[in-house]
Write a protein that binds this ligand. Sequence first.
Ligand SMILES: *[C@@H]1O[C@H](CO)[C@@H](O)[C@H](O)[C@H]1NC(C)=O
Ligand SMILES: *[C@@H]1O[C@H](CO)[C@@H](O)[C@H](O)[C@H]1NC(C)=O
Ligand SMILES: *[C@@H]1O[C@H](CO)[C@@H](O)[C@H](O)[C@H]1NC(C)=O
Ligand SMILES: *[C@@H]1O[C@H](CO)[C@@H](O)[C@H](O)[C@H]1NC(C)=O
Ligand SMILES: *[C@@H]1O[C@H](CO)[C@@H](O)[C@H](O)[C@H]1NC(C)=O
Ligand SMILES: *[C@@H]1O[C@H](CO)[C@@H](O)[C@H](O)[C@H]1NC(C)=O
Ligand SMILES: *[C@@H]1O[C@H](CO)[C@@H](O)[C@H](O)[C@H]1NC(C)=O
Ligand SMILES: *[C@@H]1O[C@H](CO)[C@@H](O)[C@H](O)[C@H]1NC(C)=O
Ligand SMILES: *[C@@H]1O[C@H](CO)[C@@H](O)[C@H](O)[C@H]1NC(C)=O
Length: 432
Amino acid sequence: MKMKVYALSLVIPLLLLGAVLGEKLPSKQTHSKVDEKLKLLNKVSLKTIQTEYGDVIDCVEIYKQTAFDHPSLKNHTLQMKPSFYPATKSKNWSSLRGMSQSWWKSGSCPMGTIPIRRILRQELLNGTSPENYGRKNPYIVNPNRTTVTQETNKTHTFNFLDKNGTSNFLNGTSNNLYVNRSTAMLITEGYSYIGAKGEINVWNPYIEKTNEYSTAQIWLVSGSREGMESVEAGWMVNPTLYGDTKTRFFIYWTADGSQTTGCFDLTCTGFVQTNHEVALGSPIEPVSSEFGPQYEIAIFIFMDVNTSNWWLLLNHKEVGYWPGELFVLLRGSAKVVQFGGEVYSETIGKEGVKHTSTAMGSGGDARDMYTGAAYIHHVRIIDYSLTEKYPEWVMEYMDEPYCYSAYNYVQYIKEPEFYFGGHGSHWNPYCQ
Ligand SMILES: *[C@@H]1O[C@H](CO)[C@@H](O)[C@H](O)[C@H]1NC(C)=O
Ligand SMILES: *[C@@H]1O[C@H](CO)[C@@H](O)[C@H](O)[C@H]1NC(C)=O
Ligand SMILES: *[C@@H]1O[C@H](CO)[C@@H](O)[C@H](O)[C@H]1NC(C)=O
Ligand SMILES: *[C@@H]1O[C@H](CO)[C@@H](O)[C@H](O)[C@H]1NC(C)=O
Ligand SMILES: *[C@@H]1O[C@H](CO)[C@@H](O)[C@H](O)[C@H]1NC(C)=O
Ligand SMILES: *[C@@H]1O[C@H](CO)[C@@H](O)[C@H](O)[C@H]1NC(C)=O
Ligand SMILES: *[C@@H]1O[C@H](CO)[C@@H](O)[C@H](O)[C@H]1NC(C)=O
Ligand SMILES: *[C@@H]1O[C@H](CO)[C@@H](O)[C@H](O)[C@H]1NC(C)=O
Ligand SMILES: *[C@@H]1O[C@H](CO)[C@@H](O)[C@H](O)[C@H]1NC(C)=O
């Protein structure tokens, strides 16, 4: 009942505003779908925190979170901790500088609750549709964009590196690229993976248009290209989703190449959060600067082999998990692990359209390296031996090497360093 009054009181000012601006107004059906979605997502909170930068954080009781509304999770038993941890090498990699989430300045959520970034009505109305809100556009293969080797100097490069840094350029198979996406990544495949980790430095890349976004992340993937199942986490700038250009900690999942399932953060049912300090989709700070200090987040995703739940750790603390019930193939293992960045723009791969100048990573080329480019350090995978290791084979992958690059630096050092990024078409005649 309260919901309805709230809805009405907002609809009228919106209608007026729309009329004044002469915009196309959302239909009645859209509004009722928005109401439905808001009701599903915004649960009763024990405590509400208003942040300085505009977000509202609701502290919701852990057992009342949206995840449990997912039809596959009707019989799900909440897991508060992983039943085991993969063996990590005893080396102390803790070079991490303190990351913080901006909302911590404004308050905290009590134990037994989880902080949820409140979804605003206007954010839902700004998206393409309430059904697709919070979901990436589907991974659709573009018949007009094929992969080509570096030698032929077109769109795409494969570069396999072994542990010694020996390079093997492979000739492009007839793979087609995705619509509207450009990635620069380190890829490993050929095994069954049950985990991956790495430390990603945090930047705030330029975004040209509000319907574009830029990520730095780790993906664990299984399945066919267009029906892929994935769990993903990292940082992102995404004005459509978040209403600003701050760098935020995000997660994502899909069980069908983003056709109909999955979403960012907690914008749909699925991910089960257990942590009362980390808010998904909230800004992180500080960000790194060129020639200045570098700030990192440590991402660790692994499957609890006893429950098939995919656990997510941020800076060595459990955030929560993607329940095995959400997936078919990922209930067993991932077949591909990817580390790097993705830029989404409608201008990518279009003939006769200027390529976006949205940046990936720092906006610097991968070969600008430390303090110049985005990096992922201490790249590790976990296989069924349940111990972490550097992948046996990795591949530098670039959809558009002249726009966004990937470089795995291995010479003269013990620990490979993976760099990626670029500034798209900004001051760059080669990126078209
Ligand atoms: C939940 O458990 C009941 C009883 O065992 C079963 O009939 C039902 O199919 C289960 N639902 C799901 C979604 O697994
Ligand atoms: C790792 O380093 C941190 C900070 O330097 C220290 O507190 C911790 O004890 C170290 N852990 C191990 C296992 O050496
Ligand atoms: C592929 O190219 C054709 C012909 O130029 C065009 O009509 C079609 O829309 C393109 N497809 C995509 C997905 O860009
Ligand atoms: C590759 O493309 C770039 C940009 O168009 C050009 O400068 C370069 O000469 C080309 N290299 C080869 C080997 O064709
Ligand atoms: C890497 O180099 C070492 C020493 O040169 C050699 O024994 C080993 O076979 C090389 N490994 C690969 C995968 O080429
Ligand atoms: C790629 O193609 C070129 C020319 O067709 C050939 O010389 C080269 O051996 C091929 N490389 C591989 C790894 O197959
Ligand atoms: C909705 O979109 C408008 C126009 O792009 C933008 O100014 C506004 O900030 C957006 N609102 C939210 C809450 O995202
Ligand atoms: C979970 O799996 C690990 C590794 O297979 C095993 O050692 C452990 O006993 C299991 N724990 C439970 C509670 O089943
Ligand atoms: C790609 O961009 C076009 C606009 O150019 C948009 O209509 C389409 O839905 C987008 N497709 C995907 C799969 O992102």
